[in-house]
Design a protein around this ligand. Structure first.
Ligand code: RFL
Ligand code: PHB
Length: 381
C-alpha cells in the first residue's frame, strides 16, 4: 500500500490534518488503535479559540459547530469569595466557543468516512520506519505495510511516534504538578453563562459546560487520588465551597461521568525527524487550566498541512520552529494560570499571598487583564 501521508492517531490533530490535506487533493491514510466508539466518547477539552473555529469552518466543518457552539465573550475569576468578570471581547476583539472535543471528533470522523477516504480503527502494533519511510501495523489479524512520503505522528502523549526518534536527536522539557483535576459531567443546566475559574483555600475549581443543558465541572485533587474516594456528594460539597461568591448559586444534577486527570507540562523538540512530523499532544502537553491543548494540536496541523502541501524543503524545515513559538507561549500561559489558581499542598502563606495579589492584579489592571485575555483567546505572534 502507498499513500502520500501516513497519519497515526485519530484524535483532533490527526483527523483535522487528514481533512485539510483531502481538501487540497493530498491523499492520506489514518490509523487509530482504539475503536470509533471509544474515540468519540473520550471527554476532554471544551474551549475552542477563534483560530480553531475558523479553521474548522474553512475545512467545511462549520455547520453543527455554528448551530450548537456557545460563543463566550468573557470569563469569570472567583477568589476571596468574590466573582470578577474579564471581558475577552472588549480586551482583545475575540471570543472563545464552547464545543466539546467529543463533538469536534465526531464531526471530523463523519466527514472522513463520508468522503470514503481511508480511516482504520482498532489497528494493532503500529511501527514507524523512518528510513523507508513506512508504517507497519496489523489490522483484523493481517500485517500491512504502508509506504508514504511523510508520516504525521498525531498519536498523543503515549503514542509510538515520539519514541521512534533517536533519543540523542530530541530535547525534552517537563514539569509535574502536585495536584490533578477531578472532572464531572452533570446533567444539569450550567449555573453560569460564562466559565468560572476559582481559587479557594481548599483548592482550584472550574465551572464549565458542554451545552445549555449539560455542565462540566472540575475540582483540584491530589495526584494520587482515586475517584472511589469522591462520591458525588463530596464532589458537590467541594464545588459549592470553592465556587461560592455573592449572588452565585450552584445547581446540582445527576453525574454522568467522573474521572481524574493528572497535570503535566511537556515539550519535545524539534517536531521533525526526517519524514516524521510530530503534532499535538505527541509533541507537547500543557495542564488544562489555560484550555490550550486542543487548540495547540489544531494549530500545529494547520501549519503542517501548509508545509506538506507546499512540499519544499524550506517549508518542511520551518514547520517545527513555527509551531514551537506558539507552543512555548501556551506553555508559559498554562503554567502561570495553573500556579495562580491552584493551591500547592507544600506551599506556604507567602505563596498564597502571591497568588491572591496576582488575581487582584489581573482583575483590576486593564494591562494585566489584557495579557491574560490575549493568551486565553490565542496568541500567535
Ligand atoms: P489525542 O486526542 O490524544 O489523540 C491521539 C490519538 O492517537 C491514538 N493513538 C494511536 N493510534 C495508533 N497507534 C498508536 N500507537 C496510537 N497511540 C495513540 C489515540 O487513541 C488517540 O485517538 O491527541 P491530539 O489529537 O494531539 O489532541 C490533543 C487534545 O486531545 C488535548 O490536548 C486536549 O484534550 C487537552 N485538553 C484541553 N485542550 C483545550 O484546548 N481546551 C480545553 O478546554 C482542554 N481541556 C484537555 C482538557 C485535556 C483533558 N484531559 C483529559 C487530558 C480537559 C481535560 C480533562
Ligand atoms: C472544559 O470545559 O472541559 C474545560 C474548559 C476550560 C478549561 C479546561 C477544560 O480550562
Amino acid at each position: 500500500m502507498r499513500t502520500q501521508v501516513g497519519i497515526i492517531g485519530a484524535g483532533p490533530a490527526g483527523l483535522l490534518l487528514a481533512q485539510l490535506l483531502a481538501v487540497r487533493g493530498i491523499d492520506s491514510v489514518v490509523l487509530e488503535n482504539h475503536s470509533r466508539d471509544y474515540v468519540q466518547a473520550r471527554i476532554r477539552a471544551g474551549i475552542l479559540e477563534q483560530g480553531t473555529t475558523d479553521a474548522l469552518r474553512d475545512a467545511g466543518l462549520g455547520a453543527r459547530l455554528d448551530r450548537e457552539g456557545l460563543v463566550h465573550d468573557g470569563l469569570r475569576l472567583t477568589f476571596d469569595g468574590e466573582q470578577h468578570r474579564l471581558d475577552l471581547r472588549a480586551l482583545t476583539g475575540r471570543a472563545v466557543t464552547i464545543y466539546g472535543q467529543t463533538e469536534v471528533v465526531k464531526d471530523l470522523i463523519a466527514a472522513r468516512l463520508d468522503s470514503g477516504a481511508p480511516l482504520h480503527f482498532e489497528v494493532d502494533d503500529v511501527r514507524v520506519d523512518v528510513a523507508t519511510p513506512a508504517v507497519r501495523y496489523r489490522h483484523e489479524g493481517v500485517e500491512h505495510e504502508l509506504r508514504c512520503d511523510a508520516i504525521a505522528g498525531c498519536d498523543g502523549f503515549h503514542g509510538v511516534c515520539r519514541a521512534a526518534i533517536p533519543e540523542a536527536e530530541v530535547t525534552t522539557w517537563e514539569r509535574a504538578y502536585p495536584f490533578a483535576w477531578l472532572g464531572i459531567l452533570a446533567d444539569v443546566a450550567p449555573s453560569t453563562d460564562e466559565l468560572i475559574y476559582a481559587r479557594h483555600e481548599r483548592g482550584f475549581a472550574l465551572h464549565s459546560m458542554r451545552s445549555r443543558e449539560r455542565s462540566r465541572l472540575y475540582v483540584q485533587v491530589d495526584p494520587g487520588d482515586d475517584v472511589a474516594r469522591w462520591p458525588d456528594a463530596r464532589v458537590w460539597e467541594e464545588l459549592h465551597a470553592r465556587l461560592a461568591s455573592d449572588g452565585f448559586a450552584l445547581a446540582e444534577g445527576p453525574v454522568l461521568e467522573k474521572s481524574i486527570t493528572p497535570m503535566r507540562s511537556f515539550v519535545a523538540a524539534p517536531l521533525r525527524h526526517g519524514p516524521l512530523f510530530l503534532a499535538g499532544d505527541a509533541a507537547h502537553i500543557v495542564p488544562p487550566t489555560g484550555a490550550k491543548g486542543l487548540n495547540l494540536a489544531m494549530a500545529d496541523v494547520l501549519v503542517l498541512a501548509d508545509a506538506l502541501i507546499d512540499g519544499s524543503p524550506a517549508a518542511l524545515d520551518a514547520y517545527s520552529d513555527r509551531c514551537l513559538r506558539r507552543v512555548w507561549r501556551a506553555q508559559h500561559f498554562s503554567w502561570w494560570m495553573t500556579g495562580m489558581l491552584h493551591v500547592d499542598p507544600a506551599g506556604d502563606a507567602y505563596d498564597r499571598e502571591l497568588a491572591r495579589s496576582q488575581l487582584r492584579y489581573v482583575t483590576r489592571s486593564r494591562a494585566a487583564a489584557t495579557s491574560l485575555a490575549e493568551n486565553y483567546v490565542g496568541y500567535d505572534r
